[in-house]
Each structure stands twice: as structure tokens, then as C-alpha cells.
Design a protein around this ligand. Sequence first.
Ligand code: ZN
Length: 420
Amino acid sequence: MKTFKAFKYKLEPTDSQIALFYRMAGCGRVVFNDSLEFILNILKKETGISDKKALYKHLNALPPKERIALIKKLPNAFKLNKHLTQWKKEDNRAWLKEAYTDNLQQRQKDLSGSANEWCKGKRGFPVFRHQRKMAHHSTMRFVNFAKYCAIENRHIKLPNKLGLVKYRNSQHVLGKPKNATVSLNACGEWHISIMCEVEVIQPANVAGGMTGIDMGIAKNMTLSTDSCADKGVFYGVHSDRVYQAELAKEQRKLSKKVLGSANWKKQKLKVAKIHSKIANIRKDYQHKATTEISKNHAMIVCEALKVKNMSKSAKGNNDNHGKMVKQKAGLNKSILDEGWGELRRQLEYKMRWKGGDYAEVNPEYTSQICCCCGHKSKSNRTTQSSFICGDCGHTMNADKNAAINILNRHLESLKAPKAA
Ligand SMILES: [Zn+2]
């Protein structure tokens, strides 16, 4: 079986290459924003809502059916690409002609992809990319690696006048490079991620059993089995709490500097470096945990992550995650959500690499149902950590009970005849 694997390296570009990166990223951002504006204008007509803020509110509250109906009215990436040709002829966009077209078309594909994810309820409707948030949006993709790029003697050859860019060869590229993405992080460092097609040998038998995973706050991941970590419990890292005081101190200093001044920029970098430290610790934990779980199991089942569900649960009217409102408010919720999404993403691809199974199930009521007798009640969960069934008296750790339900739900769906 063929699958994709990414290899990431730190780049060491020259000043003129950096300038070119910035210019390319800027062009990409303009095209992304122009395309979004174009789409929003269509949506304004379709919905009759002309105020942008109100429109976004409306779009993000729409039920799935209406999202599908709306997205059918929007141009797809291919049609957007055609408009791009037209825009390049306009006076105020003439400079786009100098830009690397593949990269611009990629930005339109990104937008189209994000809109599709919104349609599936996975995220909110795409928003404009601000220059201010340069680090988040300075990416450019080089497609058709074999034709335009190459790895040559400690350098990566890139198209569009970039030429040979020095990189830190921290690991060897495996398989066939298909495309590459250059990105800037908040610390001002450029990286390249090379996506390669690798041949994965599908084993006849995948080692390990099945497990369901419940993701939470107090305990990051609880497995239905005791097969990993501390009896199947991964507590997670709280690197944000460790650095909280230091971060607050440096942020306070930043707020006292003159916006945009040299000192402000210096301080901003300091803050970015702490953020990066926090993120790296979390990343390290996530990779270690997902590797351990995927190594030890042939099938992994998680709850499907739904944007709608998440926002509801914060208010506390969905399932009993509502009990966590206080804890949720105290933590940076977006980091939390991102963390759960990232864990699922890693589990999914790590299982694919090894030829195992990964599945997601509907998360509804998994924490209220008794895994022993199937009795469903809110009162089953007496505290955050303990589950006592009101019907059969079964007692268990609440997260463990939920993890078993998650696994069982998937197993049941395998048994059920598929709808035609
Ligand atoms: Zn029961």
C-alpha cells in the first residue's frame, strides 16, 4: 500500500531568499483573501446578509444540510483558479503576474478545502489572513517536486528564482518526494516539509488488540484497555502551566513597549520563544503517546471531534462534559481542542503506516451509558471520575467506562448491516 509521510527540516536561507519567501507568502495571502472576498460576496447575495460579522455568525450556526446547499453555490478550487487568471489582468493586481502561480493556486485550494471542512461541521467558516499574523500564514507549497525541486548536496533546490536553499539534514528523506511546503514559525525560523510517497508493507497480521480512547481534560487520554502507559491512562503534559508565570512576565513587559518599536519586536520574539517551548513539550508528549498506543494496538477507536459539539459542551448542555465548564474556562480552550484534533490525526496516520485500523464514532452519550448493561442516565456519573450504574450497580472509573463504550460502538457498527 502506498501512503504519504512528511519530512520536516529547518532551512537556512540567505537574506535574499528570505525576502523572496516573504514576497511569495504575501502574494499567496492576497490571493487567499481576494478569493475569500469573492466567495463571501456570493454568500451575501444568497443569504441576504450584508454585514460580514452577522454573515459569519449565520454561517457557523447553520445545520449541515443548509451548509451543503450553500457550498454548492460556491466556485470550487478549479473555478477559482480561472478567476485568478482574470485578476492578474487587473491594474491593482498586476504584480501577481510575477508570483509563482502554483503557490497562488494552492492557496485557493486551501480555501476551498477549508470551506469543505466547514461544510462537514469540522471547523468554522474560513477567515481572512492578516499580515499581522505573518507566522501563521506565511506558507507556500511547491507542487510537482520531481519536476521543479531537488535535494542536492545539503541544499534543497526550489523554483521561482529561489535556487538552492541550505537546510539542516536531520533525517533522510524516504520514498518519492511529491511536494514541499515552506513555512515560517513565530520565532522567525523557516522550515520545509517534504511530503513523500512511501510504500507501506501491509502485514498479514497486525500485532496488538483493540482499544477505545476517551479524551479528556484531567486525564488527556484513557484507553479502554490497560495495555499502555499507567493502566491505559495518559495524563498529558501541562507545559502551559509550567511556563505560565514566565510567559505572563514577558507578556507584561511586551505590553509596556511601544508597539512596533525595535524593543517591542525583540520582546515579541522572546514571548514567541516561550510559546514555542510550550508547544514543543506538548508535541513531544503527543508523539510519544500516539506512537506507544499505535504500536500496541491493531485497532484504535476515538470519538469523532465535532466543532458544534465542542462549543456546546463549553456551555454545559451537551452530554455531561458540561461539568467541566469551570476547568475549560481556566485553560486555553483552543489549545485544548487543537490538541485533541492533533492526537486523532497522529493516531490515524500512524495506524495507516502500520496497516492497522483507525475509526471514529459518534460521541453522543458515551459517558452516560453503562458499558455493562447499556442503561443510559445522566445520574450514572456521580462525580467527574466515578461511574455508578443506576440499574445494574456496575461501578467503574468514568473515563474507562466511556472508552469501553467508544470501542463497543464501533464494533456494533461493524456488525450492523450497511445501509444501501
Ligand atoms: Zn449498568
